[in-house]
Write a protein that binds this ligand. Structure first.
Ligand code: PNS
Length: 159
């Protein structure tokens, strides 16, 4: 039984993240999407909002679930008995940071390996930051996120 964690901020989740989830669901027996609940970082959506938003998009998968986690990723991995972390790599600029985190996590918890999936080319430009920036100016975000969550994002900027 290979259980993997796909951790991230997902503020909000994008088509790029969903592409990684779909491919991970084929590669592993079980995938747990881990939503970082970081009170030190101001997020657009609360962790609970992000979890329920993602949960609503996962009904097509029988082996993918979503949970919030706080603190260190290695502790969450131990808690749910996962030995693989999945991360998407969009470009070489992602690599240095991701390598450092993966190596640090492995020093601290040698049983934990990180698997990098290269983002599909059509989403290689995409990030949650870009989505927030576009949405904040009332831009069209339908190329970036599923239509179900567009009103939730727009609502955050309409206040
Ligand atoms: O979507 P993001 O913001 O790039 O995801 C980053 C995330 C959540 C994977 C990373 O920040 C993380 O694992 N945070 C939890 C705290 C932790 O374990 N940090 C490792 C420090 S070396």
């Amino acid at each position: 039984m290979k259980r993997a964690i796909y951790p991230g901020s997902f503020d909000p989740i994008t088509f790029g993240h969903l592409d990684i989830i779909a491919r991970s669901a084929d590669l592993f027996d079980e995938v747990v999407v881990g939503v970082l609940d970081n009170s030190a970082k101001t997020a657009l959506f609360s962790a609970q909002e992000r979890v329920s938003m993602i949960d609503g998009l996962l009904s097509v998968y029988s082996n993918v679930s979503v949970r919030a986690f706080g603190g260190l990723l290695i502790d969450f991995a131990k808690q749910i008995d996962a030995h693989v972390v999945i991360r998407g790599l969009r470009a070489v600029t992602d690599f240095e940071y991701e390598l450092q985190i993966a190596q640090t996590n492995r020093v601290e918890y040698p049983k934990l390996d990180t698997v990098f999936l290269t983002t599909s080319l059509n989403y290689s430009y995409l990030s949650s930051t870009i989505v927030r920036e576009f949405a904040s100016y009332g831009g069209d975000i339908s190329h970036f996120v599923p239509e179900e969550i567009i009103p939730l994002i727009q609502e955050k900027y309409s206040r």
